[in-house]
Structure formats: C-alpha cells, structure tokens
Write a new protein. Sequence first.
Length: 459
Amino acid sequence: MSFKTIIEPFRIKSVEPISMTTEKQRKKLLSQANNNLFLLDAEHVIIDLLTDSGTSAMSAEQWAGIMRGDESYAGAKSWKRMKAVISDLTTYDNVIPTHQGRAGENILYSMLGGKGKVFISNTHFDTTRANIEYSGATAIDCVIKEGKSPEVIHPFKGNMDVELLEKNIVKYGAKNIGAVILTVTNNSGGGQPVSMENAKAVQKVCKKHKVRYFLDCCRIAENAYFIGEREEGYANKDYKQIAQEMFSLADGAVMSAKKDGLVNMGGFIALKDKKLADSCTNTLIIKEGFVTYGGLSGRDMEAIAIGLVEVFDRDYLNYRIKSTTYLGEKLSELGVAVILPIGGHAVYVDAKSFYNHIPVEQFPGQALACDLYLKGGIRACEIGSVMFGKYEKSGKLIPASMELVRLAIPRRVYTQSHIDYVIEVFEQLIKEKEKSKGFEITCEPEFLRHFTAHFKRVD
C-alpha cells in the first residue's frame, strides 16, 4: 500500500534554532547586503534554499565516523577508507582528494585548459565555467533543445545534444578540445537527469575523436534514481550499480562531495589515466595538501566514505526525490511556472514567466529571489542573466537562455512543514507580483559576479 504523505526516513536527534525575522527587519537587512542574498548573514534567514552544497545534515553513523578520524599527515586510515569507497563506486584506481569540488575543477581543467582550448558540456555550472574561462579556455554548452524549454516534458532534459557535440569537436578540432564534461544531474539546466543511453552516445563520440570524457558527478546518486525510474532496462537495478555503469563509460570524474556525499566539506578527482593523475597530484601538493588528504581532515574523509554509501539507500533516494517533487507540484498547482519535470535536488522557478513585466535586462530572477526573502525570509539562488549573462563590447547585456530561481533543498534538513511554508510565501507573492520591480547592477567582479555583486532596485 502506498500513502500520500511523504515521511522522512530518519529521526531527528539534534535541532538548530531558526531566527524568525519580520518583513521590516528583512528589508533593512537586504539593503545592508546590497540586495545580494549571498551577502546576507545566515542567522537572518528562515528557510535557506540558496544551495544544497555542504548544507546536508549528517547521520549518526557519519558523526561516529568523525570521532574515528585519523589525522595523520600521510597514509591515514581515514584516507584508505575514503579511497576504497570512491574506487569501488567510480571503478577508477586513481583517486585525488580535494577540499571541495571547485578545487578539483581548478586542478584538472587548468591542466587541460589554456588559451585556444575548448571544453564542451551539456551545461557547465558556474564554478566549472569560471575555472575553465579563468585558464583562458572556452566553455560551450550543448544541452538538448528540450532542456532549454521549462514547460516541455522530457524524461532526460539534462542530456547532451550529441549531434551538436560532434559538430563542435569538428569545428574546433579534436586536438583543441580540453575535455567533454557530462554534468549529472544537469544543475544549471534545472537539475534534470541524464540517461545512460546519452552517456553511452557521448562516450562513442569522444572515443571516435580521441577526446577526454569526464563526469561532473556531484549528484550521481540522484541521477541514478531517475535512470532506475525512467529508463528501460534499469528498473530492477541497484542505484549504485547504475552509477558504476555510468562511471565506467568515462575517463574520469570530478565530484563535490558536498552534494551526494552528504557532507559539509570535501571532494575528489578520480581518473583512469595514471599519467594524468600523477600530473594532477603534483599540482595538488602545491595547492591543496599531501596526496593522502588533499586539504581534508581525517574526520572529513571518514564522513565522505560513509556518506557515499548512505546516499544510495533506496528509501533515502525515494524520499529525497519525492519530497522535492512535492514542492514543485504544489507550486505548479498555484500557477507558478517551474521547470518540468521536477529535478532531484531543487525546484527551478521560471522567473521570466513569474515576473513577465520585468525585462531580462532588469534581472527578473534577482527580483524574485529578493522578494522571497523580503516576504518570507526564504533565501534562494538566481540562475539566469546575473549568473550567466555576458556583455557585448558596447556594454549591452546578452541574457542567459533562461531566467530561473533555484530552490535548492538541503539533504535531511527541512521537514514537510517547512516546505509548506515556502508554498504559502509563493501564494502571497502571486497576489502582489505586478508591484515588483527589477534590478540594476551597481558593482560587479570579473568572474562569478553573482557571489559579490551589488544591486539596486529600478525606480
């Protein structure tokens, strides 16, 4: 028998108080943060959906593992446990620990990048793109056309457009391709999954042109769940086995363990090629730490080793995906346009549709994110022209393909009543949405501007 109510497959043993601010207080706080939600103090947020990265609640077993952490500088037992789990999962022998995912991206893609190099992905995430472009290389997105339309239903909207991939390899020349990166799930594309069929098709093209093929695998367990639910031939397979099959197709992977590793800090590079791994290791020692800790404490490595096992639990993944779907479906019932079908780690609201009176040059996603905070103390993340927009030489904005607001749900942190509160806040915003105004940027850095830019409401 199945039930309508989604219950958390865990009990809560420790709680953290939430500071219940008023709308008047939040107006002042947001002004002090220059209308940038990244610049808010966390203590002034009621429901924090800014990111699911590093915000998970760890399990009793992980906390027990932390107490066992071996803090030896070299050859720690905790490193051996972490390496064994990662090698078993990824099927790769060469594991390089890093303090988080973007450190791994920096090491690997700086080595393979540089001026004249091109990296191709279904959709590069912000830090991936920044690390690639910082090296002087070019990042190109090749998601399927369905992935660019929020309202279109497709079981694997995160898939790479394989025909476009091959055209770009031919256009730029295989020798100039730094790597092909398949992001699973496709974060910037709405948290949408990638099919095994697509992963195999990408491998075929990469092998044909002798191009390196990597996975950005920070949400590999959630992607495996969707394959098990939606792709023919995988219904009876264990989620870990599905993940292992996908890893076996690629030449390596970079992971921020702060997502599906269920930890607050950590990441890794895992590679088939020992020569490339040795080169990465040399850089690791300079930038991160010795080869058996890479910027991580022993207790962090213990937590990762346990988290990468727990995340494939069938009950956990079922709860994780269905609880996210609950929020997305409730918002959709209210008439809020969201990317469909609902992704695994977040609900992506189509801000351009929600605030259709605000032009893209005035960043409707930033307006919606700020209004969610003002009205209900909810912190969300703009994924639109603030994050991905470019400028012409004239200074005119080239907008992103979509104007989204991501409601990223931390793992094992919020209950259904918290999510019901988020839905109520949207109900209030719907009543007042014509009153909202857009933003202009008053100050911004060269890279990753969404983290530190300052904004002002348009009069």
